[in-house]
Ligand binder design. Structure first.
Ligand code: RB5
Length: 175
């Protein structure tokens, strides 16, 4: 796979180690930096990795910052990106199985290296389940005028309606 990676000055150490691991596993890595401790702005790296994935130049992306949060928020601004900031393996697994996450966000300041490497493995190896999850993931990218009007009406009414998952999407079992 082609994997895009990016990090700010608080995440480049893990980013470099991750890039090396991925190359050892046979992936092609597109590394957007940064490469040293000079302070930089994490949104730029989140945007770059997000666009690389959204455009199809990369199949997946890995972003790292101090907390994982800022760079994940940035990546999620790019249409088509589902970036999951995770700190433990079950979240990494569910981000793939249920949310079809295409970018993983890791924290270099809060997550130990062994855990970060494990989260990377889980993210790379877990498939998307599809079915009812595909129905829901699809809605994430339908936030146009029509959906916004529906949402504003729900806010006005104080209640969300019409969110029932169709039977066809539930047939595989699960909730
Ligand atoms: C940099 O100090 C830090 O704010 C950044 O890496 C990240 O944690 C932001 O969300």
């Amino acid at each position: 796979m082609n994997i895009a990676v990016g990090a700010d000055h608080a995440g480049f150490g893990y980013k470099d180690r991750i890039a090396q691991l991925l190359r050892e596993q046979g992936h092609d890595v597109l590394d957007f930096g940064t490469w040293d401790e000079t302070p930089v702005d994490y949104p730029q790296y989140g945007f770059a990795v997000g666009e690389a994935v959204a455009s199809g130049r990369a199949h997946r992306g890995i972003v790292v910052c101090g907390s994982s949060l800022g760079i994940a928020i940035a990546a999620n601004k790019v249409p088509g990106i589902r970036c999951a900031p995770v700190t433990e393996p079950l979240s990494a697994e569910l981000a793939r199985r249920h949310n079809d996450a295409n970018v993983l966000a890791l924290s270099e300041r809060l997550t130990g290296w062994e855990m970060a490497a494990r989260l990377l493995d889980v993210f790379m190896e877990t498939p998307f389940e599809g079915g009812r999850h595909a129905h829901r993931v699809g809605q994430l990218f339908e936030y146009g005028d029509e959906q916004r009007a529906r949402t504003l009406a729900a806010v006005e009414a104080g209640k969300v309606t019409g969110a029932r998952t169709p039977e066809a999407d539930l047939r595989a079992g699960g909730r």
